[in-house]
Design a binder for this molecule. Structure first.
Ligand code: ADP
Ligand code: GLC
Length: 465
């Protein structure tokens, strides 16, 4: 079975969030199951330009033709090829989707080119996929460029985040030179939606946790009709994590390695983290790592911050994103210099160090399709404190029920604080129990192997229909 994964991000080459992690890891797990898999993604500025060129294409978009070079790399520690589509005018830029808070104005054109070029690249390489597995709106528009009479491949679409749908004015769509019947898939009106077309055209849909699959059927954020029409072919498959990339025993970013059997190194990482960040470190260290957006629950954190810190915790935050959150957090940091540290940067190094050095990870998301950081936290023995939504609900169970973390339901600062104070209490009063909890968390299996099996089942299903 041949599967082409087409996506806007792929770790470690180009990453804005969890999508990259998935595209960097799932193909390796699929290859282990005997699937012949290749990744197709843009060559952004962060990707080396001197990779070997396999072929060149002239790709038509409306009235213009764009030259695209197909460069070949590999996912690290694997034989999975990544074909980078090199079109410098569209992709050789500092950002993936934009810069600062601003999206690039030609994003429709950029990702339309990715889709059309990916399809044409498979033909030019004489590597004919049985399935195009596309991800989020950026590649949901691939079926618009696939003539299935000529290329009889199936389409699987994974929705990583329904909040991003790819709406563009009709005029921009018309410039892509699509036939009338394809334009109909985009909906009606002056603005048309990439994700709608993908959902309609896909032979199967997946999303990244069973709970999120239920949630988007209950509230489809405007795409309710097409999602419900496809409910019988919508599968919720939990993400896994790359357990080699995230391995506290062999993590080059850490100050000291450690394992479930020997947690001493974790204490050393905690001390070093506090020292490097200039924090006094009384009480438990609570970390947050992620995009500074509404999704991640930053409103709760800002509303409850003084009360949180008054519980005696030290809070460390690593993130980039919306200026309003960045500024508010920096202002708070000035008020609480000994207890709060905010790093406004994108840093793999610090992400790994936060996971190792913290006692708890806080993820009070408003919604969360899957979430990977809580899985990294578990693997590093850092106990997650999460709101019960989407993938957080499916991966974290409360200690009250014999689970692996702390869970609250209401999206409110009060509910978050109540739960956080239970965590602080455990840290203060029951270090032995906490140690055992860490060990249990570290021994959980969140590797990709199981989820890859489920994707394989979906692939077999679409091929059998
Ligand atoms: P989302 O995809 O919604 O951003 P996930 O939890 O699925 O959320 O994935 C986020 C990924 O991005 C994780 O690998 C996380 O470590 C990483 N990440 C987010 N922000 C940063 C940052 N500022 N520095 C380093 N890594 C980050
Ligand atoms: C999206 C979601 C996140 C998920 C990631 C990878 O960015 O916000 O919850 O883990 O995709 O699927």
């Amino acid at each position: 079975m041949r599967v082409a994964l087409v996506a806007a991000e792929v770790a470690p080459f180009a990453k804005a969030g969890g999508l990259a992690d998935v595209i960097g890891a799932l193909p390796k797990a699929l290859a282990n199951l005997g699937v012949e898999v290749a990744v197709f993604a843009p060559r952004y500025r962060s990707v080396p330009a001197d990779l070997p060129e396999q072929t060149r294409l002239s790709v038509r978009l409306g009235t213009s033709s764009l030259e695209v070079r197909i460069l070949q790399g590999f996912l690290p520690r694997s034989a999975v090829p990544v074909y980078f589509l090199d079109q410098p005018h569209l992709f050789d830029r500092p950002g993936i989707y934009g810069e600062g808070d601003q999206d690039y104005p030609d994003n429709l054109r950029r990702f339309a080119l990715l889709c059309r070029a990916a399809v044409e690249a498979t033909q030019a390489l004489a590597w004919f996929p049985d399935i195009f597995h596309v991800h989020d709106w950026h590649t949901a528009l691939l079926p618009l460029f696939l003539d299935r009479a000529k290329i009889p491949a199936r389409i699987v679409l994974t929705v990583h985040n329904l909040a991003f749908q790819g709406w563009f004015p009709l005029g921009e769509w018309q410039e892509l030179g699509l036939p009338e019947e394809k334009l109909l898939l985009l909906g009606e009106g002056a603005w048309r939606c990439a994700l709608r077309a993908g959902i309609l055209a896909a032979d199967a849909l997946t999303t990244v946790s069973p709970s999120y699959a239920q949630e988007i059927l209950a509230d489809g954020l405007g795409l309710d009709d097409v999602l419900r029409a496809k409910a019988s072919v919508l599968f919720g498959i939990l993400n896994g994590i790359d357990v080699e990339e995230w391995d506290p025993q062999h993590d080059p970013h850490l100050w000291a390695p450690y394992s479930a059997e020997d947690l001493q190194g974790k204490a050393q990482n905690r001390e070093a983290l506090l020292r490097e960040l200039g924090l006094s470190g009384e009480g438990p260290v609570v970390a947050m790592v992620g995009r500074l957006t509404e999704q991640k629950g930053l409103d709760l954190v800002l509303a409850g911050l003084s009360r949180m810190l008054s519980l005696g915790i030290t809070l460390v935050i690593l993130g980039t994103g919306e200026a309003r959150y960045a500024q508010a957090l920096k202002a708070e940091e000035e008020r609480w210099p000994a207890r709060l540290r905010v790093l406004l940067e994108y840093s793999e190094l610090w992400a790994h160090r936060f996971m190792a050095g913290a006692d708890f990870l806080l993820m009070p998301s408003r919604f969360e399709p899957c979430g990977l950081t809580q899985l990294y936290a578990l693997r590093y023995g850092t106990i997650p404190i999460v709101r019960a939504t989407g993938g957080l609900r499916d991966t974290v169970r409360d200690v009250k029920e014999g689970g692996n973390g702390f869970v609250f339901g209401d999206y409110s600062a009060e509910a978050m604080l109540e739960t956080l104070s239970r965590a602080v209490q455990l840290w203060r009063d029951e270090p032995q129990t906490l140690g055992e909890l860490r060990q249990r968390a570290m021994n959980e299996d969140h590797s990709w192997a199981r989820s890859a099996q489920e994707y394989l089942r979906v692939y077999h299903y679409v091929l059998s229909r």
